[in-house]
Design a protein around this ligand. Structure first.
Ligand code: NAD
Length: 265
């Protein structure tokens, strides 16, 4: 049975990143629906050559997979409309905090659902996406979920609880890396280098370090030791990070993200 017909609800940044991946992966039947912003639909139609509609409810019965890429706060309304017309289709969401428990509670009984947590690198097919499956997802559904996720990068199936706990690292994490990069770029500029060149230097440094982490079997501590000669310049810098509680600061940021997302703040 083919599960290749996809309705994407939402036409914003994350929707466009995923549509880009789906096109590369040869998903040819993509319909994009957005009730709130027709300019976005025109943009998506022109950029990707996909069909669009501002009446997505009329097309649900023709689809195999429905992906929600709307803000978390729009889910209640969208799922209520979807419930009126859905008939066993696989429903995926990429919304922060909208887990399978929420989806299953807001859709007709036995609807197969999955919660996907990509990051913005999906637009470069470099996302690290976490996902968790609902109770009614079959092996065939999972095959299509993984095919979609492969089109936007790498992916890992985890429990719902793990996705909640790790999302601040894989989902928000890119912003922390950009923050770190931003500080370094400004420091480079102090040496009289233009912003463009400073960004190039820092971006390649981060990319190189990422490549070492990805391809080398060594753990981060060993890689640090390779850079930091005892008594040398790098060791001095790492000591200053320790003195200012660098590790604790990162841990606290992650902890507060988790608490905030679960409404404990
Ligand atoms: P965005 O603002 O760029 O796009 C949101 C889209 O939803 C727009 O096209 C808007 O018109 C549409 N929309 C809003 N309300 C709607 C409604 N009631 N019915 C139909 N369409 C509606 O936002 P984004 O960054 O693409 O985020 C979309 C989802 O992706 C969010 O749930 C967010 O949590 C999730 N997400 C975003 C990121 C990220 O880094 N941007 C990462 C992971 C997950």
């Amino acid at each position: 049975m083919s599960k290749e017909k996809i309705l994407m609800i939402g036409a914003g940044r994350m929707a466009q990143a995923i549509i880009n991946g789906l096109k590369q992966a040869d998903f040819s039947e993509i319909l994009v629906g957005n009730n709130t912003n027709s300019e976005r639909l025109e943009e998506v139609e022109a950029r990707f050559g996909v069909r669009t509609t501002n009446q997505w409810q009329n097309h649900v019965s023709d689809q195999d997979i429905i992906i929600l890429a709307v803000p978390p706060e729009a889910h209640e309304e969208v799922l209520t409309s979807l419930s009126e017309v859905i008939d066993g289709q696989l429903v995926l969401t990429v919304a922060a905090g909208i887990d399978v428990k929420y989806l299953e509670a807001h859709l007709p009984e036995q609807t197969p659902v999955s919660w996907l947590m990509p990051n913005t690198a999906a637009s470069k097919a470099e996302s690290m996406t976490l996902f968790t499956l609902g109770h009614y997802v079959t092996d065939e559904h999972e095959y299509y979920i993984e095919k979609i996720l492969f089109s936007i990068g790498q992916f890992k199936k985890l429990t719902e609880q793990q996705v909640h706990q790790i999302t601040p690292i894989t989902g928000s994490g890119p912003a922390f890396v950009y923050r770190f990069a931003d500080v370094l770029i400004k420091e480079v500029q102090k040496a009289g280098v233009t912003e463009v060149v400073a960004k190039q230097l820092v971006a390649q440094m981060v990319k190189g370090a990422s490549e070492m982490l990805t391809s080398d079997l060594k753990c981060p501590q060993d890689l640090m030791d390779e850079v930091a000669t005892p008594g040398g310049v790098t060791e001095k810098g790492l000591q200053v990070l320790d003195e200012h509680g660098f590790d604790q600061m990162i841990q606290e940021a992650i902890r507060q993200c988790v608490d905030f997302a679960s409404g404990n703040e």
